[in-house]
Design a protein around this ligand. Structure first.
Ligand code: G
Ligand code: G
Ligand code: MN
Ligand code: NA
Length: 253
């Protein structure tokens, strides 16, 4: 209850920020994308993790205005980077299943792209396997987003309980290997086998693969040897503010 009020007020008072984490092409080492991650700093309670407030925002429906705000911020920031002259990046935005179910999602996304003047090819929406509950609706919605030129990926891949058959039905571009697998590559040979198998399966289905939670050079090496396309994690950068990411981009040019 208290947290819910806090969320409502937080949105009005501008307590949310969007942080950005770079996504690196494993072969070239170049930054090719950025994931937008929401942060909440409450004046009294301090930093509250999205793991705590996103589930509540979903329950209360506040994820709709919050998600719309994140999308606008992220697209706007991406356009600023492009106008600054950095090589164009793709901005990846998390869409929760409640947001995905909202009936005007496609219109909202389309409107945001127009307002921020961002070319749709530079937007990626990260969906989780939980959207599959209503697969007919999901496919139609995804087809509309694809028709606009937006990239679609499946986040936290391999952690849900869904069947693999949706992979042939959904018009997606890439899979994001959950960081629980990546972090265990050298601790558990079964995780290593799963990572290797997910990459091979994705490629056989003509999908790109990005590994999350890459923290060491050894993990990156393992992924490169197995032809994983992209990597994201603390090894490259923690999620940082827009200004800090600008410095990161400048230093890598
Ligand atoms: O670093 P991290 O603590 O940012 O994220 C924790 C969880 O919160 C992750 O599962 C992430 O996908 C989710 N998350 C972060 N930002 C957003 C957002 O803007 N929208 C949604 N729906 N989820 C987010
Ligand atoms: O569910 P989603 O993939 O959107 O979650 C991203 C989450 O993972 C965020 O909380 C982000 O801060 C966190 N994260 C990103 N890179 C790393 C990493 O290398 N190690 C760990 N432990 N967490 C990471
Ligand atoms: Mn994500
Ligand atoms: Na994840």
């Amino acid at each position: 209850m208290k947290l819910e009020m806090g969320l409502r007020k937080g949105l009005e008072r501008g307590e949310f920020k969007v942080y950005y984490q770079p996504q690196i092409d494993v072969i070239s080492g170049k930054v090719i994308g950025v994931e937008a991650l929401i942060r909440w700093q409450h004046p009294e309670w301090g930093n509250i993790s999205p793991d705590e407030f996103i589930p509540l925002a979903e329950e209360t429906g506040l994820i709709i205005p919050i998600g719309e705000w994140v999308l606008y911020e992220a697209c706007h920031q991406n356009k600023i980077w492009q106008n600054t002259g950095y090589p164009p990046l793709r901005i990846a935005v998390n869409i929760s299943s409640r947001q995905f179910q909202q009936n005007n999602l496609v219109e909202m996304v389309s409107k945001t792209l127009k307002e921020t003047e961002l070319d749709p090819q530079y937007l990626e929406l990260e969906l989780t396997e939980s959207i599959i509950q209503d697969s007919k609706y999901a496919i139609t919605t995804m087809q509309k987003l694809k028709a606009m030129g937006i990239h679609l990926s499946i986040d936290d891949f391999g952690t849900g309980y869904s069947s693999l058959s949706y992979l042939k039905l959904f018009p997606i571009d890439s899979l994001k290997i959950d960081r629980s697998f990546t972090s265990n590559i050298f601790a558990d040979s079964k995780d290593a086998a799963l990572v290797h198998t997910i990459i091979a399966m994705a490629h056989n289905l003509d999908l790109k693969v990005i590994a999350e939670g890459v923290e060491t050079q050894e993990q990156l090496h393992f992924l490169r040897q197995r032809q994983c396309n992209e990597a994201q994690g603390y090894f490259f950068s923690r999620p940082v503010s827009g200004e800090e990411l600008s410095i990161f981009l400048k230093n890598r040019l």
